[in-house]
Design a protein. Structure first.
Length: 332
């Protein structure tokens, strides 16, 4: 109940905790080289912020420009769909025995779609009303998170020691052993997956841009970014790219083949080189269990559950493996 009441102010603390968790090994490395903890923290945090700002300065104008262009192109796409694609849909539907409203303007004016549009508009209006709270959250993320990260990194070892001291002695060694295994699995997987997403984003955005696809950089970048969601990220990118290609070139099989080939090339690179080299067997889970985890956490927590399904599945996998080994040793 308390967490629900203060959820609007938790974002900076959660983000800073995640960032500090992944930057701590770098700080520990510098400390091992006889650099003070405060100096090491300042240096690593400074490099991280400089890299983040540089990436934003380079990428955000491109992404913003293509996003605005996509929004501006929507009326033209709607016109193309109404005049070119919808008649073909009607023709195909009639051949397989389905009756579709021949006049698209009458279809979108139907009561059901009108109700959905009104509901959608109301949601947008409600979000606009609460935009001031959203702005405050964004500002707190930008200005408070770096301060929190600095103090968390500086006192990380002290905080871990405090947590260990509060653990009951009867379970302390067990909890610490499980935490070490989770840390090893999770940190290795997330760092590897970050590099995979980055490389795929570069490959897709570059190739789609050179192919001449409208909004190719935006589609490729987002496909690479969301490729950490197994299957869903890549499939979404392919579908969006082919839809845009259809609007841009019509049923040009050569162009659609090029777009499809880019994604096939990316998947071959990921499956045969990137994932084995950068992630390997760090997560230690069979693909079936990963798919099962996607369904379970998606059903429990919705889209957020899908985003974090793989790391959560990895955590539960470590815990289950630990107690399974203990059980085996005890009763074998």
């Amino acid at each position: 109940m308390l967490v629900f009441l203060v959820k609007s102010v938790l974002a900076p603390f959660i983000c800073s905790l995640i960032i500090a968790y992944f930057l701590d090994p770098l700080v520990d490395y510098l400390v091992s080289k006889k650099i003070s903890r405060t100096s090491a923290t300042s240096l690593i945090l400074g490099l991280f912020l400089a890299s983040f700002i540089t990436i934003c300065v380079v990428l955000l104008p491109i992404i913003y420009g293509q996003s605005v262009a996509l929004i501006d192109a929507m009326p033209q796409y709607f016109q193309t769909f109404t005049s070119d694609f919808y008649p073909k849909i009607i023709e195909l539907s009639s051949k397989i025995g389905f009756n579709v409203q021949p006049d698209f303007s009458h279809l979108i004016a139907s009561e059901e779609l009108t109700t959905k549009f009104v509901s959608f508009s109301k949601n947008i209006f409600d979000n606009a009303i609460s935009s001031s709270a959203t702005l405050i959250n964004i500002l707190s993320l930008l200005f408070i998170t770096p301060i929190l990260v600095f103090y968390l990194l500086k006192d990380w070892d002290i905080l871990v020691g405090k947590v260990n001291n509060y653990l009951p002695r009867s379970v302390s060694s067990t909890v610490q052993e499980i935490a070490r295994d989770i840390n090893k699995t999770l940190s290795g997987y997330v760092r590897g997956q970050f590099h995979v997403c980055l490389i795929l984003g570069i490959i897709y955005s570059t190739c789609l841009s050179f192919s001449g696809l409208n909004f190719g950089f935006l589609i490729g970048f987002l496909t690479g970014l969301f490729s950490f969601i197994p299957f869903i990220g890549m499939i979404s990118g392919v579908v969006v790219a082919i839809i845009v290609a259809l609007f841009q070139w019509g049923f040009d099989l050569a162009q659609i083949g090029i777009i499809s080939g880019i994604f096939i090339f990316g998947q071959v690179i990921e499956s045969n080189f990137l994932t084995p080299k950068l992630i390997g067997s760090k997560i230690g889970l069979h693909p079936v269990w990963i798919i099962f985890g996607l369904f379970v956490f998606g059903a429990l927590f919705g889209f957020v559950g899908i985003l974090f399904a793989v790391p959560l599945t990895a955590i539960f996998g470590v815990i289950i493996k630990y107690f399974a080994l203990k059980y085996k040793k005890r009763f074998a």
